[in-house]
Design a protein around this ligand. Sequence first.
Ligand code: AMP
Ligand code: MG
Length: 398
Amino acid sequence: MLTVDEALARLLDGVRLADGEEVGLAAALGRVPAEPHVAAPIDVPPFANSAMDGYALRAADGGTPRRVVGESRAGGPRAAAVEPGTAVRIMTGAPMPDGTDTVVPIEEAEERAGMVTLATTPSPGAHRRPAGLDVRRGELVPLPRSPITPSGIGLLAAMGIARIEVRRRPRVAILSTGDELRDPGSSLGHGEIYDANAPALAAAVIEAGAEPIMLERARDEPDLIEARVREGADQADLLIVSGGVSVGDHDHVRGVIERLGALDFWRIAVQPGKPLAFGRVGETPVIGLPGNPVSALVTFELFVRPMLRAMVGLTGDGRLRVPVRVSEAISKDPARRAYLRVLVERDFDGYRGTSAGGQGSSQLLPLASANALLIVPEGVPATEPGRSYEALLLGGMT
Ligand code: AMP
Ligand code: MG
């Protein structure tokens, strides 16, 4: 059996970086920049301006009263130049009039009959934001190799940049297989269940920053599966197949991948999700995930999500890991590293975790209520009450 880390290293080996594409700022949230930096086309701010509402003046004139000769407001007309002994009323963000170097806030000044008197002697340069304070024209502004945030979009907009080169979202074809599966919304006959994996995996693909392509579900018939796998491999950067990968009489996925391309079948020392099929059809990597929904989603988390991130130039799985103390014994398979579904809460001295429910690989409710996967190593049959384990946080804290 491979360890999780060995399997992941093999999956990441040979991942191809997606091409770049240009998008407008409105579509840039969460996308990954394809360039390491942008050259600032302008100074930000573009001109020296006031950080306060008040009076723009020359500090060199000291504390003497000044005659108010005009106004400078944000977006308003150019204000009169300031000569010795004069001042201009100024608003936040308005250009500093010629001849001024300092702003005295309105709270420290009093205007009467066209003259402004200052409460204190102005200190040179106070409340003046020079041009290029934030970014200088021509400067290489680093674009972190991470999904673009609202503040990143704000920074690009402030520089006047309307479009940005980002990695194309990987296209991920999703195929679920199984004679027993029906679409949610239809009725169930004898022995039938709803297809939980196709919608869940599509959602996980979107959450990982990629784009799902839904293939028509296939019954457990080699010809049907083969036709769908061809279709998926043609259209997508990665094909995920759920179900039909193990060794039962009606598990045809491995045979199909072997016929169309090349296949590795791995037993991974992980719970849930021991069997994983990985291969290629043409250039397209194909991953066969176990059919049990918890196994499918946890193996997606551990193996597919890092692949999708690697395709856009991100590293790791992007999840926070924290030490979490458990007070109960949760059983697991001693031969495998377990990813137990737990609820993590912040305690006064750290994080505390409790089992989110049954740990069976078909039990979706505990996974849906969990906010973390508790990582319990190989070699132990259960968690040890009072001990801490690393937990992979699936989202924010609730
Ligand atoms: P398999 O990997 O095809 O042997 O399936 C293992 C278990 O997962 C069986 O109980 C299947 O009914 C179930 N299963 C397979 N695919 C799905 C699916 N798309 N949605 C829900 N359960 C599934
Ligand atoms: Mg099946």
